[in-house]
Write a protein that binds this ligand. Sequence first.
Ligand SMILES: Cc1cc2nc3c(=O)[nH]c(=O)nc-3n(C[C@H](O)[C@H](O)[C@H](O)COP(=O)(O)OP(=O)(O)OC[C@H]3O[C@@H](n4cnc5c(N)ncnc54)[C@H](O)[C@@H]3O)c2cc1C
Length: 469
Amino acid sequence: MASKFDVLIIGAGPAGEAAALAAAKRDLRVAVVDNGNLLGGNCTHKGTIPSKSLRAAVKQAIQLRTRPLYRTLGASINISYPQLLAAASLVIPKQVELHSEYLTKNRVTVINGTASFVNKNEVLIEGVHNFKETLTADNIIIATGSRPYQPDSVDFNHPRIYDSDSILDMQHTPRTMIIYGAGVIGCEYASIFHGLGLKVDLINSRDRLLEFLDDEISDALSYHLRENGVMVRHGEAFESCEANDHGVTLNLKSGKRIKADALLWSNGRTGNTDTLNLQSVGLEANHRGQIKVDEHYRTEVPNIYAAGDVIGWPSLASASYDQGRSVIDVITGREARFIRDAPTGIYTLPEISSVGKTETELTEARVPYEVGRAFFKDTARGQISGEDEGMLKILFHVDTKEILGIHCFGAEASEIIHIGQAIMSQPGAANTVEYFINTTFNYPTMAEAYRVAALNGINRINRNSYSGA
Ligand SMILES: Cc1cc2nc3c(=O)[nH]c(=O)nc-3n(C[C@H](O)[C@H](O)[C@H](O)COP(=O)(O)OP(=O)(O)OC[C@H]3O[C@@H](n4cnc5c(N)ncnc54)[C@H](O)[C@@H]3O)c2cc1C
C-alpha cells in the first residue's frame, strides 16, 4: 500500500529542507525525497558551500603571498587548485552531518531516489537496486533546484571544458582560464582563479558587470578585478569553441579568438524539472526549466507548490530557505511572505553586498535622495585588519532621512550589510540614517563605517541647504 503524507517534498536543498522542518514543527506528516547521495542539495555539494569554501581557502593563499608577516615567516606560496579543493571539501561533510541531524531530529521521513509525478497526489520514487515506491500526499512541494545550463554547441565532455559543477572535480591547476558568463558565479570564480594566480579572461555578454548592482559598486568590482589582472571583456557574444590536447579556443562574435588552458562556462542555469513528469499533472516548465508560481508559491495545480531555484529569481540559498518555510505557512493557513527582495551577497574579492534601491532606481523613480559614503581605509578597523579596500554607501531620503539603499564592497561586506538592513526594516521614523549618528557602536568595528557614511551624507545635506538659503 502507498505511504500517505500531509506534505511530500521533492528535493532536500535549502528550500526542501526548510519546508520539511517547518512542516515537522507543525506536526504534519512529512517526507522529503532527494536523488543525491548525501543530504544538503546542490547548495551543499555544488553551489554555495563549495564555492564559498574555495574562496575562503584562496583568501588564505592570497594572504600567504601578500601579508608581510607571512612573507617574513617564509611560508610556501605555491598552492595548487587540488590543494585548494581539498581544503574546501572539509566543510561539506560537516554540512551534510548538520542537515542530516536536523531532518532526523525532527523525524522527517527521508527517501533517496528520483521522484516523478503519477498524478496530483501520487509520486513515484525510483532509487538504486530497482527500488520503486509510490507515495501519496495531500500537498506536494517541488524544490528540485537547478543545474548549470549546457548549450549543445559546447562539448562539456572535453577535459578542458567545465561548468560550475564539474569545476569542483578539476584535478590540476591550469595557468590560464577563460570564464564565459560574468554573472555572480562567473565573477566569483574569476576572483577565485585570479587569487590562485591564474591569468583569467572574464567574458561578459552585457555592457557592465552585474548590472543589477549600484553603478558605483559594479564599477568598483570591474576596477578591482582588472587591477588584480583579470581581463574583463564586456559586450561579447559566444560564437563557438574548440578544445584539443593543447588548450581551448573561444571564438566570439566580435571576431576575437581567446585561448587558454581551460574554459569555465558559467552562462545561465536550468531548473531541474525534466525528471518530474510534469505533464502527468498538467504542469509545464518554461524554456529555462522553471515553474511558474503565484504569490503563495502555488503552481497551476492548487495542491502542488514550488520553491527555491526551480521558480527562478532570486535563486539564492538565502531566499530558498525562506521560500520553503513560507510554503508551509501557506499550507497551514498562516500569513506567508513572498520573497521579492533578498539582500545581495556576492563573494568576489572584494566582497559585495547590497540591500534596497540603487542610485539609478531612485533617480528613475524621481525620489530625492542623498548619498553618504565611508571608505574602509579611513576606519580604524580597516587599517588594523589590513583589509582596507572597500566602501559603504548609504542612500537616504533628503526630507525624511529614511534609508533607501545600502551598498557595500570590501571585506565582510555581506555581514556588514545586515546592520543597515536591520535598521531599514524598522517601522516609522526608526529607519532613518540618523540612527547611525545617535547610537554608540563598538570601536574599532566596521560598524563605524555606518556612522562615518551617515555623517558624510547628513553634512552634505546641511551644506546644500546652507548654500541654497
Ligand atoms: C557556484 C554557485 C555559488 C552559489 N553561491 C551562493 C551564495 O553564495 N549564496 C546564496 O544564497 N546562494 C548561492 N548559490 C545559489 C544556491 O546554491 C541555490 O540558490 C540553492 O542551492 C537553491 O536551493 P534549492 O533548495 O532550490 O535547491 P538545490 O540546492 O539545488 O537542491 C535541490 C535538490 O533536489 C534534488 N532533485 C532534483 N530533482 C529531483 C527529483 N526529480 N527527485 C528527487 N530529488 C531531486 C537535487 O539532486 C538536489 O539535491 C550559488 C549557486 C552556485 C551554483
